[in-house]
Design a protein around this ligand. Sequence first.
Ligand code: XMP
Length: 517
Amino acid sequence: MLVVDFGAQYAQLIARRVREASVYSEIVPHTITAAEVAAKNPSGIVLSGGPSSVYEEGAPAFDSAIFDLGVPTMGICYGFQVMAKALGGEVAKTGAREYGSTDMAVDDLGGGELLAEQPDAQTVWMSHGDSVVKAPEGFEVLARTSSTPVAAFANKERGLYGVQWHPEVKHTQYGQDVIVNFLHRAAGIPADWNPGNVIADQVAAIQAQVGSGRVICGLSGGVDSAVAAALVHKAVGDQLVCVFVDHGLLRQDERRQVEEDYVKSTGVRLVTVDAREQFISALAGVSDPEQKRKIIGREFIRTFEQAQADLIAEAAADGDPIRFLVQGTLYPDVVESGGGSGTANIKSHHNVGGLPEDLQFELVEPLRALFKDEVRAIGRQLGLPDEIVSRQPFPGPGLGIRIVGEVTAERLELLRQADAIVRAELTAAGLDAEIWQCPVVLLADVRSVGVQGDGRTYGHPIVLRPVSSEDAMTADWTRLPYDVLARISNRITNEVSGVNRVVLDVTSKPPGTIEWE
Ligand code: XMP
């Protein structure tokens, strides 16, 4: 199933919803041609929304010959309008923009399986300026709102469907039902995909790529690299050596969890490199976030090269160098680093954008097409410890990008203590499932006056950044219970010396990113 990306942040969400309906999906750019689509032989196509108007100069184009391929297709928002215009319907600026929750009336259930078994009146999430005012010839209008006369249409014979609203967002009452109806009823695609299927496919793909070659993998302590390595280990066993770099930017107890728990459950061969000094010296005097990220990415790879050199020397006896490097790159990293569809590069994710050009390895990236929750499902199926599989996302550059200001050993220690308290309290309050992640940030360049006991203090603030998210592309700040916030604040200011204030970040993404740097 292909999701055509017209430049909206919604394309990923659509791809996920399709997978949640047990159908494998991939995002492709809107510049894809009919011949390219035909070569991929998809069972269905969804056209995403987009930020443009179909009449705008430079509006994302689309090869309308794709509508003639006989592949069931559903347009959403901008994709709906593209379909309408290409097939002879009429799209106009009616002057009535619709944003947010909108009441909609379902007109006719006869024309399409799309709205089958749904109530006549429902609330949908709209975000559009232009409207389809006339459906193309041969299309039946399925729904309308007070300002949009054609809110959905269908041409059952041709397998073409469209909706003006966003069925992929949670605010749309029967959104997932529309997606499920399109996939299973309209397009007749069986619900037979699940992340577990990926294991067998990836094991075969890894074996084909790697052959009898040796592979190295950096474990970060996070879910992605842990699952990627476990997959590669399943595929090629002891041809894999894992290297765990303790760059000193880790959270409390992470090294032990990797060295003991992970190794016990997977049986991988692990080498730990203690590079704490090296990273601290490389980061000395650096406050600029992008510079920090670049330095950390660079040092990380250099450390591997050193570890590789050591391991090659060891492997020299049997003359078999290490040629492959495993990376736990996920689909959102690929898209957000501009590798998906020409989306803007917002931050250099260090496992995508920050690799040096003279890298000596061929990359093995078994999770490149997957979303986080799918990676977790695979990890569980592979039998990894829950404390690793269920772990919150933690950025590759670690605590280095959670200290606003220069990174020093003392500041890292302070942040580690605060972070451990926050994690413990959130878990104790049973809030882990509600929170996507909660970065804890030290504002090292800021000090404020406080009072503790009888004395004046002049310490640093700690920022709590709890966020709820589906995929980290967008996020909202999590409304944590006040008593939990109070406990965290009390504990941090009492137990972490040098911190005299705890503040809460109440910014969504956008405009803020999840991490502060
Ligand atoms: P932002 O801050 O861009 O973060 O809203 C989105 C998600 O990505 C994580 N993140 C990273 N992960 N390498 C990673 O592996 C990185 O360089 C990196 N930077 C941010 C962040 O924790 C959040 O989950």
